[in-house]
Design a protein around this ligand. Structure first.
Ligand SMILES: *[C@@H]1O[C@H](CO)[C@@H](O)[C@H](O)[C@H]1NC(C)=O
Ligand SMILES: *[C@@H]1O[C@H](CO)[C@@H](O)[C@H](O)[C@H]1NC(C)=O
Length: 456
């Protein structure tokens, strides 16, 4: 910040810090101002000034696939997100525990915002800690917890304790929970109602799994269809664009087929876009979807709807890749590898191999403490549970996986670094079909793969 401040032309922006001593010259401190502020309610006039369309705040998107963008959050959108907690069943007498960062939508708008909207109590923790989680819940009589999927995975991975079921938590709200973790979580910590919801910070629609069907993010019904009409449309993973018919319109997928989720932009479901470059906003809008002249918010997510209209999240658009003519959903491969006993965490992505079409599967992983990598065992496991095209050809063993502040895994730099043993310091392995094992990827092996002397 100090070096950036020097480079900025005047007028310099105002920098406020939540502390009592300014950490960089030129910054102002907020804590003093807060304690000096009057506890009296604001007078009517400034409170009544903003309308629903006014900007309440900007929230940066988490940046799993690119640089974070500042999503525009209006007063109306803030209220809508805050009401999610009520829709999920949070009541005024509840105590809601939020260990998520407040600079993202889930923690700030649904968690803290939801508590204010309902009049419930909010317990904040500045940083999630698996070892303190249940102690905090007991100490503060927590009845509702907020999660992202990875967070519940960490809780399931922490050592068992005799008092694991000694708590008053009745409800968990969040998103990104996978079926395997869901089951383990309930088996271990007791009957807690789980409300999965799906939505993007800047999105104009969303779903809640109010039915409790494991694995589903929600269910289509006439209300959703009316208030936030969405479609799942055919998507070409290779070209990274929707498939269009001879009229230039998109093609809805049938039940059981995976498609790109797009939500119609209407007066009731507006898309406010991002602050700054209008191009960024335009890039999220898909036009001429069902009829010429319409506009939809492009979620960038691939979902599937079954015959009973339950919706299932499949993958992020940039994450699904194509190999040997098949679509590989990284989340599915990750869920399979997560069952291997020596793997703690895994992140799957596709890398380009010279001379090969599409992208080839690679998995970065970190191992459980006290376990070692077993290339033979992993090979036969992968052969048993994954189709050949989905089996990762390359592995990269890391000490820790890089995640964003909302516990999403970063992929882009892993994709860029690829599988070159001359560049990467981490141990690399290659799926060797003759040896029936994942073997160390030596510079010689690497050269043979590039010569396409080794069939992938
Ligand atoms: C939690 O509940 C117990 C029993 O109802 C009560 O004695 C205690 O004061 C509560 N703790 C907090 C932090 O509210
Ligand atoms: C929806 O909720 C039910 C029960 O609460 C759960 O079993 C199911 O896994 C959920 N589906 C998803 C996709 O989260």
């Amino acid at each position: 910040l100090s070096s950036a401040l020097e480079a900025l032309p005047p007028p310099r922006p105002q920098i406020l810090y939540l502390c009592s001593e300014p950490p960089v010259p030129g910054a102002e401190v907020l804590l003093g101002a807060i304690s000096a502020a009057s506890p009296e309610p604001l007078p009517q006039r400034p409170r009544s000034a903003p309308g629903g369309g006014d900007i309440a705040l900007h929230i940066y998107t988490s940046g799993t696939t690119g640089l974070p963008k500042a999503a525009v959050i209006t007063e109306r959108k803030l209220l809508a997100a805050a009401s999610l907690a009520r829709l999920c069943g949070v009541r005024p007498q509840d105590v809601v525990y939020t260990p998520l960062p407040l600079y993202h939508a889930a923690g700030l708008m649904v968690g803290l915002g939801g508590c204010i909207e309902i009049g419930a109590t909010c317990v904040l923790r500045s940083k999630f800690s698996a070892s303190h989680f249940w102690d905090d819940c007991r100490r503060y009589n927590v009845t509702v917890i907020q999660y992202v999927g990875e967070l519940l995975r960490y809780l399931c991975q922490s050592p068992q304790r005799p008092n694991d079921r000694d708590h008053r938590v009745r409800l968990a709200l969040g998103n990104g929970l996978r079926g395997d973790v869901w089951k383990r979580f309930l088996d271990r910590f007791g009957p807690i109602s789980i409300r999965e919801f799906y939505g993007a910070t800047e999105g104009n629609g969303g779903f809640i799994n109010y039915t409790g069907k494991i694995g589903a993010v929600g269910r289509a019904n006439m209300f959703i269809k009316y208030f936030a009409p969405f479609e799942l449309i055919k998507y070409n993973v290779d070209k990274e664009e929707p498939v269009r018919d001879e009229r230039g319109l998109c093609i809805p997928v049938g039940p059981g087929e995976t498609g790109l989720l797009v939500t119609k932009i209407t007066k009731e479901a507006p898309f406010y876009g991002y602050a700054g470059d209008p191009m960024e906003t335009e890039q999220k809008i898909l036009r001429n979807v069902l009829v010429h002249g319409d506009a939809f918010f492009n979620s960038g997510d691939l979902l599937m709807m079954d015959h009973e209209k339950f919706l299932y999240f499949q993958d992020r658009v940039g994450d699904t890749f194509r190999w040997k003519g098949e679509n590989v959903a990284t989340t599915e491969v990750e869920a399979a590898l997560a069952m291997v006993d020596f793997i703690q965490q895994v992140n799957v992505y596709g890398v380009s191999v010279p001379g090969c079409e599409g992208r080839c599967g690679m998995a970065a992983m970190c191992l459980k403490p006290g376990h070692s990598f077993d290339g033979q065992k992993l090979y036969s496991f992968v052969e048993d549970v994954l189709p050949g095209y989905a089996a990762p050809q390359f592995l990269r063993v890391q000490n820790a996986l890089e995640i964003t502040a909302t516990f999403k895994q970063r992929k882009s730099h892993l994709v860029t670094e690829g599988f070159d043993p001359h560049v990467i310091r981490d141990p690399l392995f290659f799926r060797h079909k003759q040896a029936k094992a994942y073997v160390p990827l030596t510079p010689e092996l690497h050269a043979r793969i590039l010569d396409t002397a080794l069939a992938l």
